[in-house]
Design a protein around this ligand. Sequence first.
Ligand SMILES: O=C(O)CC1=CCC(=O)O1
Length: 262
Amino acid sequence: MRTIMANGADLHVAVSGPETGPAVVFANSLGTDLRVWDGLIPHLAPGLRLVRYDKRGHGLSQETPGPYGIEMLADDAAALIAALDLGRAVFVGLSIGGLIGLSLAARHPGLLAGLVVSNSAARIGDAAMWNARIQAIRDGGLASIATPTMERWFSPAFRAAGRDAPWRRMLARQPQGGYVACCQAIAGADLADAARALDLPVQVIAGGLDGSTPPDLVRATAALIPGARFDLIADAGHIPCVEAPAAHAAILNRFFKDIGHA
Ligand SMILES: O=C(O)CC1=CCC(=O)O1
């Protein structure tokens, strides 16, 4: 177990692969921790230096008092990349991780060789939606929102097979204050202008059965980003690294190869 002090928060990280390999940093979604990438890692091309981390207020990372902002979470990621001396990394962001990636690319372009925005958008939901979710959590805790969350995260087939059960437990065990603080960060984030101004290779990925960031929303964000590629994983929900890890990794491997990050 390793933690790194980054931008005033002690962040839990998992680092693997050769020290000199091109670096890839993975930022996971709201209500998950870095284990969300476990099934994807074996499908990735060899030789990469892989860095997974729990964002502030999630997993084993420090839960500092909220509210958080996307810029703060992006600066956390920048501090982590600098502390690990990764050079120019590819940042792979899932959902709120994608918002963090868009902000990171805008605020710290020199740190990145490329960006993957997976199951995310320049703007996710609106303030009323996030405030209602925060209120529901304050009233009933994270377990009380687990069923509708699983319906947004995973396809009907995945849930019918009971494969959502461990992820339901993962959601319920996240620090409640950290989850709420990240909801506040998402509610305040609109990265459309940042997306339009990006000047780096970008891969955007959507899940055909995503109930949180539906494919049309993700595609619309891809259309904002100059030169961005877009791919759809038709039979996956919001978390394709869990539900369709081989398909998710295949898109990442092709992107890394095409931009010479391999
Ligand atoms: O709706 C959800 O719970 C999924 C989600 C939205 C932003 C994020 O990171 O995850």
